[in-house]
Design a protein around this ligand. Structure first.
Ligand code: HEM
Length: 134
């Protein structure tokens, strides 16, 4: 890409490595298509329109992986566990969330190494969001 400053290029962020905004747009859009068709999980989302929730998750993931910090400019510190406190995130909700995310990740067709990095994070983050025992 930069033929003059070869070797001095900044290391790319994960966000850039996987294709930037477009990749996260596709990921989260596919995820919410799954949510929309899952009556149980859908019932957890308070808004009639899933669009704003889709945008929040997209902006959060973009920021987390090194892209623009629009999420925090709009929403402040993520405090995700606190933001999930009003919802019953039990094992079943966790499994459903990850099931739809798995489909969305698969659809991206990332390089195996990138896919693993993303999936490891998502599984770890989902486990840490559980706030209600079975
Ligand atoms: C484990 C299962 C999970 C369930 C059932 C769940 C459910 C929900 C629900 C019902 C909302 C409210 C919709 C909204 O107003 O945005 C929400 C918001 C959100 N969730 Fe989750 N979530 C889960 C895991 C996660 C994970 C693992 C992440 C991050 C990797 C995440 C990131 C977010 C973000 C960024 C928001 C919007 C926060 C805000 O700015 O208000 N969620 N989630």
């Amino acid at each position: 890409m930069n033929e003059i400053r070869r070797g001095t290029l900044q290391e790319q962020t994960f966000y850039e490595q996987v294709g930037g905004e477009e990749t996260f747009r596709r990921l989260v859009h596919r995820f919410y298509e799954g949510v929309a068709e899952d009556a149980e999980l859908r019932a957890m989302y308070p808004e009639e329109d899933l669009g704003p929730a889709e945008e929040r998750l997209r902006l959060f993931l973009i920021q987390y992986w090194g892209g623009p910090t629009t999420y925090s400019e709009r929403r402040g510190h993520p405090r995700l566990r606190m933001r999930h406190a009003p919802f019953t995130v039990d094992r079943a909700a966790h499994d459903a969330w990850l099931r739809h995310m798995r489909v969305a990740v698969d659809d991206l067709g990332l390089a195996p190494e990138h896919e693993q990095t993303l999936w490891n994070y998502l599984t770890y983050a989902a486990a840490s969001m559980i706030n209600t025992p079975d």
